[in-house]
Design a protein around this ligand. Structure first.
Ligand code: COA
Length: 377
């Protein structure tokens, strides 16, 4: 029987999952059945972590305990800080994050065969420490000392505090919090699949998350938001938008922040982030926001009928840059949120696990002779 290849695994279900759901035609994303529009309005990141990990919204006591555990786990061991200090300042923060997360696992026992309690502790540790690692790398590469985490700030506010040394205002804190909620999970995307593959080998969660980070770093996945900002800066003026975009379209160049395997209309996360970006731009007068709106208009004019619309990355970069987050930290900020989804998928994978071992269609030769080196051409 001839085997069929499914490029990009399009349409291939690789697991049953009850964590999140996307309807790409109706522009709907749900976590455990709850729409992200509702979660973005009423919930916050810490609560969403428990929703994803446990399957339902927590009670007050459970939420308070989880928050306290996160706060306790925020600080990094001296060895991890030393390691981050040794990384090249010119290196990309995503690579620093991936290296440091893999290293964090070496500081904790129970690599393989964790008890359920140890699994939960690792989840708390990874969610709590990723913002600290990112903020420490960012500060040390600019020659500043890392700022120890605060213990009376939310996850979002504490990250901004460790990054900038200032507690953010309420609007900035809430905007980052909403962005974290929106990025926390997204069904079987490339990084989640990468994490599940590694998890299926019973590798520890630090390896699972570091592999997922590697997958997220690529420009076709999480790296697109950084590229969007570069494009907007290169365009520079409203008058330049149409000629630049039409030239890109004529040259069949991909326009970053547009298109999606699942969404064939506006990504529901982009709808919410666009509103936030508009509010931030109203406060700051950021000239890139009207440019982005114009880019969106021209791209939809040409590609909307083909199902190519703004995705989550189109407005997230604008939102983060307004908060003073450096462009190469945009994707790591995505990871601050997505680690919750990766870990929920890791736990789900372990429940009834079977190692991933797909097949291939071999297209090479057979029964070739071994040619001694001196006779090779
Ligand atoms: C997200 C993405 C990787 C999905 O990939 P995919 O499902 O494999 O879709 P494809 O890359 O095969 O694209 C299908 C068609 O749409 C076109 N297309 C998709 N995204 C496009 C974009 N951003 N700009 C221009 N054309 C695009 C492709 O050129 C292709 O056209 P063709 O059928 O004429 O060859 C893809 O849309 C993309 O590269 N987007 C830009 C990067 C980005 O924003 N990533 C963040 C995702 S959240």
């Amino acid at each position: 029987m001839t085997k069929q290849v499914f490029p990009g695994l399009e349409g291939v279900a690789i697991a049953e999952s009850s964590i999140s759901f996307v309807d790409g035609q109706k522009s709907r994303l749900e976590y455990r059945g709850i729409g992200i529009d509702e979660l973005g309005e009423h919930s916050h990141f810490e609560e969403v972590c428990l929703l994803l990990l446990n399957g339902s919204l927590p009670g007050q006591k459970e939420l308070d305990e989880f928050r306290a555990k996160l706060v306790d786990a925020r600080a990094l061991k001296g060895g991890v800080i030393d390691l981050i200090k040794c990384l090249p300042k010119e290196g990309h923060p995503m690579d620093a994050l991936q290296a440091a997360v893999a290293a964090v696992g070496m500081f904790y026992p129970g690599r393989h065969g964790m008890t359920p309690a140890e699994q939960r502790d690792s989840c708390v540790r990874l969610i709590a420490k990723i913002p600290t690692i990112l903020a420490a790398f960012q500060r040390m590469r600019q020659g500043d000392d890392p700022i120890p985490p605060g213990d009376d700030l939310s996850h979002a506010a504490n990250f901004m505090y460790m990054l900038t040394g200032e507690v953010p205002d309420e609007f900035t804190e809430r905007t980052l919090d909403v962005a974290l909620v929106l990025h926390a999970d997204h069904t079987m995307n490339a990084s989640t699949f990468a994490g599940r593959v590694v998890g299926s080998t019973l590798a520890d969660p630090y390896c699972v998350v570091s592999s997922a980070l590697g997958a997220l770093s690529g420009p076709l996945h999480g790296g697109a938001n950084e590229e969007v900002l570069k494009l907007l800066q290169a365009i520079g003026t409203i008058e330049n938008v149409r000629p630049t975009i039409e030239r890109m379209i004529a040259n069949k160049e991909k326009i970053m922040g547009f298109g999606h395997r699942v969404y064939k209309t506006m990504d529901p996360r982009a709808v919410i982030l666009k509103q936030r970006a508009a509010q931030l731009a109203q406060r700051s007068g950021n000239p890139l926001f009207p440019l982005a709106v114009e880019v969106e208009k021209v791209v939809i004019e040409h590609y909307g009928a083909k199902g190519i619309w703004p995705n989550v990355d189109f407005y997230s970069g604008l939102v983060y840059s307004e908060m003073g987050i450096p462009p190469d930290c945009f994707t790591p900020v995505f990871a601050i949120a997505r680690v919750a989804g990766w870990l929920a998928h890791w736990l789900e994978q372990l429940d009834g696990n079977r190692i991933y071992r797909p097949t291939q269609v071999y297209t090479g030769p057979h029964e070739q002779p071994y040619v001694p080196i001196e006779q090779r051409r």
